[in-house]
Structure formats: C-alpha cells, structure tokens
Write a protein that binds this ligand. Structure first.
Ligand SMILES: *[C@@H]1O[C@H](CO)[C@@H](O)[C@H](O)[C@H]1NC(C)=O
Ligand SMILES: *[C@@H]1O[C@H](CO)[C@@H](O)[C@H](O)[C@H]1NC(C)=O
Ligand SMILES: *[C@@H]1O[C@H](CO)[C@@H](O)[C@H](O)[C@H]1NC(C)=O
Length: 510
C-alpha cells in the first residue's frame, strides 16, 4: 500500500491503518463472542467488570449480529399502479403527441413516463418518443434499441394508443423539420412542471387544428403535484412495468448476475481454499449475494464540485483548467473552500472514501462488489484503494467477454441499461453520487422494497475532515448515521419526483 498513500498525504491514513487492525475481530468473530456472553453471575454481590473498550466491542459485535445482507422487512406498502377507475381508451384521438427527449438514459426514462401521461390527459395517440443524442454521452440508440417496444405498447394498450411511427400523412413531422425553422406544430414553451390544465389549454387546441403536436424540450415538463390519481398511477405503470429492456440487454444482465452470485469454480488448490472461505460463518451470510456500487466520478463531476480530491497540485490545476474551458470558470461552488464544501456534504465521495464507508457498514473482503460505473477520473490509481478493501470487485468488463459486449460497446445508454438491470437485481445498492441514475434506482428499488443505502454526505464529509478520528469512532458514527438510510420508505413531499419517491403515488398501504 505504500506508494499510493505516500503520494497522497491528505488521505485518511489513520482510518485506513485502524481499519486493518480493527478488521481482525470481524474475520475471527468467534474469538470475541465470549465477551458478549458474560453470564449473569451467581455471585450476585460481585460486580461484573466494566468493559473498557465499549466502542470497539460495539463495532465488532454489531458486525457479528449484522443484518447487513438480510432483505428489508415488509414496510406495509405495496405497488399500486392500476387506475382506480376502469381504464377507457379514448373513443376518438384528437391527434398525435410527439416528444424529443434529451439527457441520459435515466432522464429519458422519466420523459417517457411523462409523455404517456400527457397523451392520456389529452386523449391523444403517443408516438414512440425520439431520443436526442446527448453531447456528453454521444449515444444515438433509439427507444426500440433500448426498450422492448412491443411490451411497452402491450402493457399500456388498455389505457392509451401508442404508434411506433407516424402515419404517412404526418411523416414530415421529424426532428430535422423542427430543427431548421419555426414550425406551427412545435410546442417550445411548455413550462417546467406544467399542470394538466396547461396542456389542456395550450396543446389540445393545437392537436385539434393540426392533428399533431411536437413537444420539445419536454424533460421535466409535467408537474408532480395536483395531477389526477389515475394519471399519476399511469406514470408509475410506465416506469415500473411498461419499460423493460430489449432481450439482449436483459440476457447480458442475467449473465452478469449469475456470475456474481455463482462465481466460476476455481480448480485445484484454489477450489478448496474457496470452499474453506465460504464455510466461515461470516461469509455464509453474504454467499451468493452481491452489492452494486454506482460510482459516478468522472472529470466533469469532479470539476463541477470544485472539491479537492487528493491528486495534488497537478489534479487541482487540471480541474481548474477544465472549469475554465467548459464553464469559463463559473462554478458556484468554487467560492467555497474544500473544507466548507465537505462540511456541507457537497463533495462527491472518492472511490477510497466510498470504500471506507462500505467497510464501516460491515462489508469486507469476501463481499462481491459490482461497480456500475462509466469512467472513473484518475483511473486505476484512484480505484486501487477501493480494490484493496474489496478484492472481489467486478464490472461489466471483468465479467464478460469482448464478444458478449459487442452489441453494447461504446454505447453509453446501452451500458447504462445493463448497469440499471444488474442494479435492480442486487441484494444491496449504494450510490456514491447523487444524480439521475441514483434517483431512478432509489425510486425503483423503493417500489420493490429492496435495500438501498443512501450515503449521508454531510456526515461523511465531516468525519473525513477529522484527521484525529480513529477507526472505531468512524465506524460507530457511520453505522449510527446510516441506520435509517437503507431503504426505509420516505413519503414524497410536495414538488418531489414520484419517480424518486414512489410512495404514496405509486404505492398503497397493504
Ligand atoms: C378523454 O376521454 C375521457 C373518456 O372518454 C373523457 O371523459 C375526457 O373528458 C376526455 N378528455 C379530453 C381532454 O378529451
Ligand atoms: C481477507 O482478509 C483476511 C484477513 O485479513 C485474509 O486472511 C484473507 O486472505 C482475505 N481474503 C481475500 C480473498 O483477500
Ligand atoms: C474528531 O474526532 C475525535 C475522536 O473521535 C473527537 O474527539 C473530536 O471531537 C472530533 N473533532 C471534531 C472537530 O469533530
């Protein structure tokens, strides 16, 4: 471990060293259990000796009785997406609704759900949404190349009519047509979080006169509040039932999941070693289980946060230059010091920091960790701290052959789709960075009552700033600060997204 940490003086060396020492009881838990069972003595006048290492013990014991891998208990909520009234297909459609969706895959996903809702509000026919090519992700994959379009149409067939393409008489209404001039059938001015009433007043008349309305931009253009219950439920139905990936994506996802759950047998000596490992009580809990870590730590995000990530002067300069070029130096955060930003929990966690968080939560070197990640700024040098703690760390690349990946190679949306699929099937999901993927998965996993750990960024920022904090204090603070951040239902508040907080709009009390 020497070279890497020596070059990075600000790294939490104390915590790491402590970690190595303190992991000892976790791997040999039986040595410690007698301490926990000091029997009520028959010499009742004799005072039981006070434990002297309470924090340490608590930490070690917590791990022993850890319910880390156990699924979430039933929280009294169940999925609820069918409309309250018997759905009726509109008798006569006033025309076609077309939307052009920008953003990455997970932003487009929300756009699709909202487009279905808007078409339903207007009793219109929806054209399968068009995906714009995002300047960052540069993937030109269409809806049908990512989502199973027949499943989509079929699941929604009692509620809304959907066509894959416009009929001939409207074939002129294309992305290119709208890009070249101002057109009467384009709605450019939909306000952010527009109401149903806005659509009825502004889009319905256009549909009635032209038979078509193309809405762009459309992202975030339908409100989350004051929307009829059945429209809300329809949005949920789209998100949680109608949108499934094309078969080659789910097949690749299944292959990854099965390789994570049942790692290929190693031959000879390695095999027996492996068996010995899994007979360990601690390992049994996690056997066949895996955790997905969504790690978005690219240059764009690192630069935008304006935090210091320990890469020294060179990195600081590189990020400052990036900010200068991309945003002409305008980044709100850059007025704060690194310490202030960390205190406010506004710095994305580095791979090393997320590693310490996972270790404190009770994951260890027998944990199978799947990295759902695009590109990590700093590359392997930055990942290596995480890999040291979690040697069984895998990703799409390490688990599949080049041939298996050929259909998704270089396509950001398809890669994201595979990661989404694997993330949904994982026993535990944790995201190191807030954002669309994080929100989409937090919402979807809440809907299915799956364990999802949400890092307490403010707390972690403060803990990492404290250079005199030892491992046991760190671990206790982390455990305490994440007790209620594992997937407990949080009811949606006004203005919040139903896709991130599906209760109560998409869920009913059981
Ligand atoms: C849509 O159709 C339903 C059922 O036929 C009807 O009650 C509703 O008023 C219609 N809405 C519009 C905007 O035409
Ligand atoms: C995990 O850590 C323990 C204790 O430090 C060590 O004995 C074991 O070899 C490690 N296993 C792996 C797979 O690295
Ligand atoms: C840092 O951690 C130590 C040990 O846990 C604690 O006593 C101290 O109060 C902390 N300092 C700050 C500034 O939080």
């Amino acid at each position: 471990m020497k070279p890497y940490y020596h070059n990075q003086p600000h790294i939490h060396r104390g915590a790491l060293a402590g970690l190595l020492v303190l992991l000892f009881p976790i791997f040999f838990p039986n040595l410690f259990s007698p301490l926990g069972h000091a029997s009520p003595s028959i010499f009742s006048e004799w005072n039981t000796p006070k434990t002297r290492h309470v924090p340490l013990l608590k930490g070690a014991l917590q791990r022993e009785t850890s319910d880390l891998w156990s699924p979430l208990a039933n929280q009294g909520w169940k999925p609820c997406v069918e409309s309250k009234n018997t759905p009726v297909l509109p008798k006569k459609s006033p025309g076609y609704i077309q939307v052009f969706l920008d953003g990455g895959l997970n932003q487009q996903r929300m756009g699709i759900c909202d487009a279905v809702a808007v078409a339903k509000i207007l009793n219109a026919t929806l054209v399968i949404p068009h995906f714009e090519v995002n300047p960052v992700w540069k993937d030109s994959s269409s809806f049908t190349e990512i989502f199973d379009v027949d499943h989509f149409i079929n699941v929604l067939k009692d509620e809304i009519s959907i066509v894959k393409e416009l009929p001939k008489e409207y074939a002129w209404s294309t992305r290119e047509y709208y890009a070249t001039a101002i057109r009467a059938t384009r709605i450019k001015t939909a306000p952010v979080h527009a109401s149903s009433k806005w659509y009825l007043e502004n889009v319905l008349p256009m549909l009635q006169s032209y038979g078509i309305a193309a809405i762009a931009p459309f992202s975030h253009r339908l409100a989350f509040d004051n929307v009829p219950v059945d429209i809300q439920r329809l949005r949920c139905k789209v998100n949680f039932q109608a949108l499934v990936f094309v078969p080659h994506i789910t097949a690749l996802g299944e292959a990854l999941i099965s390789r994570l759950r049942y790692p290929p047998g190693k031959s000879g000596a390695a095999d027996t070693e492996y068996l010995r490992e899994i007979t360990d009580e601690k390992d049994k809990q996690g056997a066949g289980k895996f955790v997905v870590l969504h790690l978005r730590f690219d240059k764009d995000m690192a630069a935008h946060s304006a935090c210091d990530f320990g890469g020294g002067k060179a990195e600081k300069l590189a990020l400052a230059k990036y900010r200068q070029v991309i945003w002409q130096g305008r980044v709100l955060n850059s007025q704060f010091t690194d310490e202030e930003l960390r205190n406010q929990g506004r710095c994305p966690l580095t791979p090393e920091e997320i590693g310490l968080l996972l270790a404190a939560l009770g994951f260890d070197n027998s944990t199978r960790l799947y990295l759902a990640s695009h590109k990590v700024y700093g590359g392997e040098a930055r990942i290596s701290a995480l890999r040291k703690l979690f040697p069984l760390m895998e990703d799409k690349k390490s688990l599949t052959s080049e041939e298996e990946r050929s259909k998704i190679k270089g396509k950001a949306s398809l890669l994201a789709a595979v990661d989404y699929y694997v993330s949904m099937q994982s026993d535990i999901f944790i995201s190191a960075s807030p954002g669309n993927m994080h929100n989409a998965l937090v919402g979807h996993r809440t809907y299915e009552n799956l364990k999802t750990i949400r890092p307490n960024m403010g707390l972690l920022g403060q803990l990492f700033l404290n250079k005199s904090m030892g491992w046991s204090d760190f671990q206790m603070a982390v455990l305490e600060g994440h007790k209620n951040r594992q997937g407990q239902i949080r009811l949606r508040k006004e203005k919040q997204s139903i896709y991130t907080y599906p209760a109560p709009d998409c869920m009913c009390q059981a």
